[in-house]
Design a protein around this ligand. Sequence first.
Ligand code: ADP
Ligand code: MG
Length: 253
Amino acid sequence: MEDTAFSRLYVREIRISHEIPEESYLRDLPVVRHLLSTEGLALTRRVTFFVGENGVGKSTLIEALAIAMGFNPEGGTINFRFSTNDSHSDLYRFLTVGKGIRRQQDGFFLRAESFYNLASDIDQLDQPPSFGRSVIDSYGGVSLHHQSHGESFLSLVENRFGGHGLYILDEPEAALSPMRLMSLICRIHELVEKDSQFIISTHSPILMAFPGAEIFELSEKGIQSVPYQQTEHFQITRQFLNAPEKMLDYLLK
Ligand SMILES: Nc1ncnc2c1ncn2[C@@H]1O[C@H](COP(=O)(O)OP(=O)(O)O)[C@@H](O)[C@H]1O
Ligand SMILES: [Mg+2]
């Protein structure tokens, strides 16, 4: 599934093209420093993962990318326009996204914190007076508030993501059991076959196993492309699962 046909991707490159003010905290983020000191980050695969320690700048980067691609900062499709608070950074102002030749026909931005707001927004759109097919139908017909977090997320991906799309997901694993994560992998595979591109930040060693994906590890050193089995997530999880008692002894002594 390796995909070097750049023209088939919707996002091909992320660059910082405008001066970031000296006083901005953004300049201290390793991911931003890396982008400032390089020509930019080329995306060459249908599925790109951003991994790395908490606070390293994954959400900042993919939120800025999503906003630069026209999504609502709080998540959703390009059509969603609700706003509860302005908690996104202004990194998007300094970014230039190298786009593909064709524009995506579908898209979704899942922001880690705002799935609840999104669920409320869908319910709201279906309150009378509303016309035509109810929005909820494309989310499986049941209010996302009346499904568990994991169920509602999967029903969104299964019913609402249609292909030929750009899907930007910030830690989608939060609500999912290992089994459901594997269902998500299957669905991502189907959508990739239908000309979609995924850009995902994750801590899940299951999800990041997706075949043919590129994994960018963000750290103090900047941004590095790392093979799956060499990611810290994979190695630490394997070490733990191989000998939980040993690891716990070490941690708790
Ligand atoms: N307004 C702000 N001022 C200063 N630092 C901030 C601000 N907003 C976020 N940060 C810092 O930016 C860093 C990156 O955050 P984030 O992108 O959410 O990390 P990740 O998603 O990788 O866990 C964090 O260390 C956070 O403390
Ligand atoms: Mg984050």
